[in-house]
Design a protein around this ligand. Structure first.
Ligand code: BEZ
Length: 239
């Protein structure tokens, strides 16, 4: 039977806008001091249930394949599961040497994979959801910005592989919101119209409905403007 303290520890989780909980960990790329080692960069911290399992293997191949693309958007990847370092090393070697998925093969996972046998990190980040599994982390994704603030969180259950296009889209959308002081509508991709901040007074609301120059207002509270794809990508991507 868990004590109340243990239960609180397991169910604690960072929220959007919080500072990312700090930790030090052993990884397949050496020790890390998180999130300080990533200051000035976006970082995606994600958990998977276990090494040598099929859904996780398909995810790792996909994420590793996209690593350069994320790096080009100033974003580093860090994985975690409640397995030991030697299991991680053996699994990543197997992935590279033997596994082909969706036409991707000989994929080398170069980003760090945290060993978390004690579940210290998984508990800090609410990656253990006991009614799903008490011994395996769910598929959590934390987007942490260059100041170490949690900006978005995705949780999936054990059986559901993540959509990495959506993870990339979310990253670019948040960077666009920061750079251009806009919001992004449903299913937005670079090149689509963006949403301008809401009218904060009756005067501005009236103005928006009468002088529409560069705005497309569906109503006073819902105005979009053009934001060219190259303008977005030139600002956000390294090359
Ligand atoms: C998998 O990665 O295949 C998996 C892991 C834990 C539970 C179910 C599936």
């Amino acid at each position: 039977m868990e004590t109340i303290q243990e239960k609180e520890q397991i169910t604690a989780m960072p929220r959007i806008g919080d500072e990312a909980p700090k930790f030090q960990a052993v990884t397949t790329q050496g020790n890390i001091n998180f999130p300080d080692d990533y200051a000035g960069k976006w970082v995606i911290l994600f958990s998977h249930p276990a090494d040598f399992t099929p859904v996780c293997t398909s995810e790792f191949i996909t994420f590793a394949h996209l690593e350069e693309k994320f790096d080009n958007a100033n974003c580093k990847l860090v994985g975690l599961s409640i397995d030991g370092l030697y299991s991680h090393i053996a699994w990543l070697r197997t992935i590279r040497e033997k596994i082909e998925f969706n036409g991707m093969k000989n994929v080398e996972v170069k980003f760090p994979l945290i060993e978390d046998i004690t579940m210290e990190v998984a508990k800090k980040y609410g990656m253990i959801q006991p009614n799903e599994s008490k011994t395996q982390a769910v598929r959590a994704v934390f987007f942490i910005d260059p100041s170490g603030i949690v900006r978005a969180i995705i949780y999936y259950p054990l059986s559901l592989g993540r959509n990495f296009d959506e993870i990339y889209r979310a990253l670019i959308a948040m960077q666009t919101a920061d750079e251009f002081d806009v919001a992004t509508p449903a299913d937005w991709y670079p090149g689509d119209d963006v949403i301008v901040s809401p009218a904060g007074s009756c005067g501005v609301a009236e103005e928006r409905m009468t002088t529409t120059d560069d705005l497309d207002c569906k109503d006073w509270f819902f105005c979009t403007k053009k934001l060219d794809k190259n303008t977005v990508l030139d600002k956000i991507l390294k090359k």
